[in-house]
Write a protein that binds this ligand. Structure first.
Ligand code: ADP
Ligand code: MG
Length: 473
């Protein structure tokens, strides 16, 4: 290492200490020293944007750091390096690495490699959420309720840069513990292992507190630069995204990424139309890609998941054995979700390890007793209510949503609103919106009206009972 290079690494260390690791990685990791001539230090960065950013925000800092090491330095000259080199490398459209890649060797050792330590650097700088190494496609069991979501996830994970983006965003929704996070992390692992596109996995919470605040301290240009590094953005638990300005940032990010042909993948516990706190424009953008629901885990799928879990545990605990009838029993009785299945296996394992007793039916019955919950009532959707009510009264669903006020439409509409209020957790304004954009007072009026009527009208009361049963079975 030449003495100039030695000095440069001291300056880098100084700079890193002053601005902090994150800022350093964002702005200086790709800065090289080209030469020192007289009192002028020539530094280079890979993009024009980085150059102007560093010039306007950090020029004095950088100079001061140099002067601390070498007092004869009085000027910093910043250039955009090797435009020539970059053009000779055939760059596929939409290259995320912007000059770092095939010719990565021209940059310093800290350069981001498509699939190296640099990846996690960016992941962290942008506030990526931690990943669980067990949540991969290999450990994801496919069954009837998740076939489509799994296929879409696989497709998206394997896509290469420049491939046409098939569904954007890919929006996966399902209740708690049905495998959303598992699928999203599997996409992230796979995508990053292939190394074609950087995949950034964020919980909505991380998006709010990490990503957004990091962006706020930067300019619109910096925002673009940060986004440029992302090939695939994965956001988990979108239902937790809150706050008007966060949503504006989210909308902005979503639009910027989708318009640039980057893949966006989202998971939530409800469909886009039910994300009440989100702006209508965002909701429709979310619904504009592929929306897939994962249903509850069927008994067969639960059995397979249990088997897979036990096998995974056996890698570390070879003596752990669960008889098939016990697996069958748990699959039958622990119906709630994947988390409870995991909990059940953990308990059997713990019991087995701690007492040394083999797993038997009797022990299983005792251990998982409290995981056996009464069957959850089915999640009733407003669409289903509208469909079932329309069929019952022989009108169309669009009649229910329309502004028509003829008696044959008004009553069914009121019944449907009443059912929406009693069978779902939706608020009055939300229900109004889902019924052709009506006011919440209209919904309230309908609910009261039907409540009064069922008290006196036995036939109507019975009709409503039948509708309820149809919806909940
Ligand atoms: P969600 O994010 O939808 O609440 P998770 O992805 O956290 O659910 O899943 C909860 C647990 O169930 C995890 O341990 C997960 O590995 C497991 N699980 C859910 N679905 C499957 C599946 N299809 N195959 C294997 N494990 C699953
Ligand atoms: Mg989750």
């Amino acid at each position: 290492m030449s003495t100039d290079q030695e000095r440069w690494s001291k300056v880098q260390n100084r700079l890193r200490a002053e601005v902090g690791e994150d800022v350093y990685t964002n702005w200086f990791a790709r800065m090289n020293m080209e030469a020192i001539e007289e009192g002028t230090v020539r530094l280079s960065v890979p993009t024009r944007f980085l150059k102007s950013w560093i010039q306007s925000h950090y020029a004095e800092r950088v100079l001061a750091c140099w002067q601390a090491e070498e007092d004869k330095v009085n000027r910093i000259e910043l250039t955009v390096r090797s435009a020539v080199l970059r053009t000779v490398v055939a760059k596929p459209k939409g290259n995320e690495f912007d000059g770092i890649g095939a010719n990565g060797h021209v940059f310093n050792g800290a350069a981001v490699r498509p699939n190296g330590a640099g990846d996690s650097g960016l992941h962290e700088a942008l506030g990526g959420s931690p990943l669980d190494p067990r949540l991969t496609f290999d450990t994801f069991v496919v069954g009837r309720s998740n076939t489509l979501a799994h296929a879409a996830a696989k497709q998206v994970a394997a896509a290469k840069r420049g491939d046409p983006v098939m569904f954007n965003p890919l929006y996966i929704h399902a209740g708690v513990g049905l495998g959303k996070t598992h699928l999203l992390q599997a996409i992230t692992w796979t995508g990053n292992a292939i190394g074609e596109r950087k995949v950034l996995y964020l919980t909505a919470e991380k998006f709010m507190y990490g990503f957004v605040s990091a962006l706020r301290t930067q300019t619109a240009l910096a925002f673009k630069e940060a986004l440029r590094g992302i090939g695939v953005l994965v956001i988990d638990d979108l239902q937790f995204l809150q706050g008007k300005s966060t949503q504006a940032e989210f909308c902005h990010t979503l639009n910027a990424l989708i318009d640039a042909g980057r893949q966006v993948i989202i998971a939530s516990d409800r469909p886009p139309s039910d994300l009440e706190s989100l702006d209508e424009r965002v909701r429709s953008r979310l619904a504009g890609g592929l929306v897939v629901e994962m249903g509850s885990l069927g008994e067969e799928l639960r059995f397979e998941i249990l088997k897979a879990r036990v096998n995974a545990a056996r890698v570390h605990h070879p003596g752990f054995d669960v008889p098939v009838n016990v697996l069958g029993y748990i699959a039958k009785t622990v119906t709630h979700n994947g988390r409870d299945l995991e909990g059940a296996v953990n308990r059997l394992l713990a019991h087995n390890k701690l007492t040394g007793h083999p797993v038997t039916m009797e022990m299983a019955e005792r251990e998982v007793r409290d995981l056996i919950r009464p069957q959850e009532p089915r999640r009733v959707k407003i669409e289903d209510i509208q469909r079932v009510v329309a069929r019952q009264y022989n009108v169309s669903r669009s009649d229910l949503l329309s502004s028509r006020r003829t008696a044959n439409v008004v009553r069914p509409r009121q019944v449907a609103m009443y059912l929406a209020k009693t069978l779902t957790l939706r608020s009055l304004p939300e229900i109004g919106r889902r019924f052709g954009g009506r006011d919440h007072t209209t919904v309230l009026h309908a609910v009261r009206k039907i409540e009064n009527l069922v008290g006196n009208d036995m036939a109507l009361a019975e009709e409503i009972e039948i509708l309820k049963r149809q919806l909940q079975e």
